[in-house]
Design a protein around this ligand. Structure first.
Ligand code: URA
Length: 437
């Protein structure tokens, strides 16, 4: 394969197209270790510059999806759906969403990721619940999804091994930013996990992977085309990530906010994201006639306690301490230091930069710079005032939950710098920017 790989790399470098068989051979050879990293890196760079047409992207997606196990849910008595977010700051939506949708009769088998850089990860948040185990094998994943209606685990070696290798390689060869490679990477994992319908949350703004609406739209269109070609129902929603989602940032803190949302309360933006994306999952899965009907059912599950009840069953099934649902702070880890950040000027909160908040949270210990770093589950921020709010000098803008005095002080300064306060009105992105069916 090695010699032939040279030919395929050269053809892509020169702007030619590869056949589905050639792409399948390349990915299979790479997964086996016959195609070395240096050749795959050259291929990824050629794709980054030359792109791939829809047929090649579909072939790459198919080859990556079938590089490991593909889960089937045919035996379940309910349809299945999943949601994927490109990630952001304070984005805890999956945690209330999965049990809320499960409570409405659609199973949600979800394989999630960890935080990296300024974006948080669902698995790190769930692991802040004492005992919660995200390292379950596919058998337990299938059993719990059947019994509870949802299960949230981490990537296993058996799902998309080609993506595991290629994503790590892209990370260190400046080849992440290629739309066909992103589409194949994200969708291969989601399709291998087997859900029949998929809602994609493509974040836009400083704290997102896609900084502009135009880039996010290009990704959304490529993702939905590829998912449809693979036979899945799929909707992509573009949502704002120029400021953090909700009020709580940090692992245990985001669990506390998620439980508030599951109690029918919580910040309106987090609730709205859960209700609309959940509603769309119900519509795609054929359980709701249209989006408003789906939204009403999800809102009801949040308000009548059935979503919280599902979450309690999920926590117990994954060996977590179920008391987190009744009294979160009786079991969640608390930071030893809580310091207020005071406003130094009066006016309106005009902006709160998501990227700066995310980076400050990482430096405080809530996230990781590299995959091998540990996260501190207790630390983070609670925002008291957000864009659009009126502020007087001396008001508390936010609370910083820190582990030690030096890092807490630095986080106070960094979070303070992320706020823009002045005259006029906040001019952030609308929460909902676009929908691509
Ligand atoms: N997340 C992924 O899993 N893959 C990508 O290529 C980009 C983001």
């Amino acid at each position: 394969m090695s010699l032939r790989a040279v030919e395929l790399i050269a053809r892509k470098r020169d702007g030619g197209a590869l056949t589905a068989t050639e792409i399948a051979e390349l990915i299979a050879g790479y997964t086996r270790g016959d195609v070395p990293d240096y050749q795959m890196a050259a291929f990824a760079m050629a794709v980054l510059f030359r792109g791939m047409d829809d047929r090649e992207t579909a072939a790459l997606l198919d080859a990556m999806q079938h590089s490991g196990d593909v889960v089937s849910w045919d035996h379940l008595d309910r349809p299945t759906a999943d949601k994927h977010s490109t990630g952001g700051v304070g984005d805890k939506v999956s945690i209330p969403l999965a049990p809320a949708v499960a409570a409405c009769g659609v199973a949600v088998p979800m394989i999630s990721g960890r935080g990296l850089g300024h974006t948080g990860g669902t698995l790190d948040k769930l692991e802040s619940i004492p005992g919660f185990d995200v390292r379950l094998g596919l058998d337990a994943f299938a059993r719990i999804t059947g019994e509870v209606g949802t299960c949230l685990i981490g990537q296993t070696d058996r799902i998309c091994p080609a993506d595991r290798k290629l994503y790590a390689l892209r990370d260190v060869t400046a080849t992440i930013e290629s739309i066909p490679l992103i589409v194949a990477s994200i969708l291969s994992k989601k399709l291998a996990e087997g859900a029949g319908s998929l809602v994609l949350d493509i974040k836009v703004g400083s704290g997102a992977f896609m900084k502009t609406r135009a880039d996010a739209l290009r990704l959304a269109e490529a993702m939905t085309r590829a998912a449809h070609a693979a036979g899945r129902n799929c909707t992509a929603m573009l949502t704002a990530m120029d400021r953090p989602t909700g009020t709580h940032i940090g692992n245990a803190l985001e669990i506390a906010e998620s439980i508030e949302v599951l109690r029918g309360r919580g910040p309106l933006d987090t609730r709205e994201l859960v209700v609309r994306m959940g509603g769309e999952m119900l519509r795609l899965a054929g359980v709701a006639a249209d989006l408003p009907a789906g939204e009403r059912r999800v809102a009801q599950a949040l308000d009548d306690g059935s979503a919280l009840d599902r979450f309690a069953r999920l926590v117990r099934a994954q060996n977590g301490d179920g008391r987190v649902c009744d009294d979160p702070w009786s079991v969640l880890p608390r930071a030893p230091i809580v310091q207020p950040l005071y406003a130094t000027a009066s006016g309106n909160v005009l902006a709160l930069d998501a990227l700066q908040v995310g980076l400050a949270a990482v430096r405080l210990g809530a996230g990781r710079d590299k995959a091998s770093d540990n996260v501190d589950p207790a630390v983070g921020f609670v925002l008291q005032l957000r864009p659009g709010d009126l502020v007087h000098a001396g008001d508390v803008l936010a609370l910083v939950h820190g582990r030690d005095a030096a890092r807490t002080e630095r986080a106070l300064a960094e979070l303070g710098a992320a706020y823009t306060i002045g005259d006029g009105t906040a001019s952030g992105l609308p929460l909902w920017l676009d929908v691509v069916h």
